[in-house]
Design a protein around this ligand. Structure first.
Ligand code: SF4
Length: 507
């Protein structure tokens, strides 16, 4: 929260638009609507429905779209937003190994309100639009420029052959960084679809496949598309590009597929583009025995293939998956939560490996493309919580006291404090193959090793017992200097702000 930019501001209501932050959601959204951004906010509300979890509880959502752009060849990225947001975003992107600079067009209150910021952005885009080096430039409005209505749609759509794609990715319209990936992927597919309509486009680097292809939607472990390709081969199909793509021309081949597999089910804007191009969408993914059997059947149906072709693919892979699952069993109770969008798929794999999974929380919303996975899990007594909040995930873990908690950083931190072995979903689970025979036994090693660590967790908890917790944690020379009066004052201020907000809503 950046209310410190205006030390005079008592409450978020008093703060100017450029002094609001992640926690000023309502005020920012109202400002954006006043600034003419209603259409885009309404579209986001449809694409990324909120509630009960309706604002980022993890990293800034714009990290999702930033990372998608930074991973693409010959694509430059420019952010427009508050310096502290851009600092955080560029720090995280370099922490995660970005090999390119993040462009930034700074602003102050004056350039923001006079429209000079937009001129500065346009100048920056013209400065770097070199067709020798770039296929596209992605310009992203963060919270404050979105709330102030900086009109990226007025940027030229192309400069000397370099495409310019402007997107608004505010924390008050995009609830998770996963969905921000879709904002950019959808915008690029939309652009590429218009190019395809307008005339011939570049062919894929490796040439066009002689078999009909399946485009994969969602970032996955690098070996997974190859495994999926092997499973499609007996049906006479090939694997197409993975969206988000790594290169602009891949967008054309992604659109030029026979069907789209929504491996990650939250890519609503991208799916809209594929549907507009007339491509059928298949939900769920080839995970575990049941998931692979159903997915191959659904893909076959999307291509109208005869039953024997589908059976050939199933017979070629299902016994191997069964064997791999049986060879590497998982025993224990596991709670699972995350914000990647693949949580339901991982839960299916864990259950087929023998684990008891009473709770799965995902920060992503319910969509038609995760319906089969949710139904499969619910049939096995799993509580599936879409748009789960951190509080949902933590209370499930506290109530169940599992042998292993798989979750986001704060869930894992809480789990470890309670002496529950815990694993980070993003770093340790997402970074493994999940599909087909390769995915079938891949979780057992890390999961069983973690469950086996219970004794170590207990002795660590005993070791740290009595060192304090929360704001009194750590080593103190005297007793912690508690200041309950400051806390009471802040609580009063927050109450007053909430009352004022309520009164405002009733006017
Ligand atoms: S851009 Fe990200 S970090 Fe900045 S205020 Fe918005 S949600 Fe928060």
């Amino acid at each position: 929260m950046k209310d410190h930019l205006n030390p005079e501001a008592e409450t978020p209501q008093d703060a100017p638009a450029d002094a609001m932050g992640c926690h000023s959601k309502g005020e920012m959204a109202a400002a954006a609507r006043k600034a003419g951004q209603s259409e885009i906010l309404d579209q986001y509300a449809k694409d990324y429905p909120t509630g009960p979890h309706d604002q980022p509880q993890s990293m800034c959502p714009a990290f999702g779209s930033l990372r998608v752009g930074l991973r693409m060849k010959r694509v430059a990225t420019i952010l427009s937003g508050s310096a502290c947001c851009v600092y955080g975003l560029s720090f995280v992107s370099h922490f995660y190994g970005a090999r390119r600079s993040v462009g930034y067009v700074p602003f102050n209150s004056e350039t923001l309100v006079t429209g000079k910021l937009f001129e500065d952005i346009r100048e920056a885009v013209h400065d770097i639009a070199d067709p020798e080096k770039l296929d596209a430039i992605i310009v992203t409005n963060l919270c404050v420029p979105t709330a102030s209505g900086v009109p990226l749609r007025l940027l030229p759509s192309e400069i000397d052959g370099v495409r310019v794609v402007g997107i608004d990715v505010p924390g008050f319209g995009i609830p998770t960084h996963a969905e921000a990936k879709d904002v950019l992927a959808g915008a690029m597919l939309n652009y590429a679809r218009a190019e395809v309509k307008a005339g011939p486009v570049q062919a894929p680097v490796g040439g066009k496949s002689d078999r009909p292809t399946v485009t994969l939607l969602g970032e996955m472990f690098p070996a997974d598309p190859m495994m999926i390709g092997a499973m499609l081969a007996p049906m006479g199909l090939a694997v197409g590009p993975v969206v988000p793509c790594r290169e602009w021309r891949e967008l054309y081949s992604a659109l030029d597929c026979g069907a789209v597999a929504a491996i990650h089910p939250f890519y609503t804007a991208s799916i809209r583009e594929f549907q507009a191009a007339g491509r059928p969408i298949v939900g769920s993914a080839p995970v575990g025995h049941d998931g692979t059997a159903a997915w191959l059947a659904n893909i076959g149906a999307a291509f109208d293939l005869p039953a024997d072709r589908i059976a050939a693919a199933q017979n070629a892979f299902l016994p191997a998956i069964k064997g791999a699952l049986a060879a590497k069993p998982i025993k224990g109770t596991i709670t699972l939560s995350g914000y990647e969008g693949s949580e339901l798929l991982v839960a299916r794999l864990l259950i087929e490996s023998g684990a008891d999974v009473p709770y799965v929380g995902t920060a992503c919303p319910k969509t038609p493309w995760s319906a089969d996975d949710a139904a499969w899990l619910e049939d096995r007594g799993v509580k599936v919580k879409f748009r789960a909040s951190l509080e949902d995930d933590c209370s499930a873990m506290e109530a169940i006291r599992p042998d292993l908690a798989i979750g986001t950083t704060p869930v894992v931190q809480k789990g470890k404090q309670m002496g529950i072995p815990s694993l980070y979903f993003t770093n340790l689970i997402s970074a493994r193959p999940l599909m087909g025979p390769a995915g079938a036994g891949s979780l057992a090693e890390v999961v069983n090793a973690a469950i086996g660590n219970k004794g170590r967790m207990d002795s660590m908890r005993e070791f740290f017992e009595g060192v304090g917790s929360g704001d009194t944690a750590g080593v103190w020379e005297g007793s912690p200097n508690l200041q309950p009066q400051f806390r009471a004052l802040n609580a009063k201020k927050l109450e007053k702000a909430a009352r004022a907000r309520k009164a405002q809503e009733m006017i």
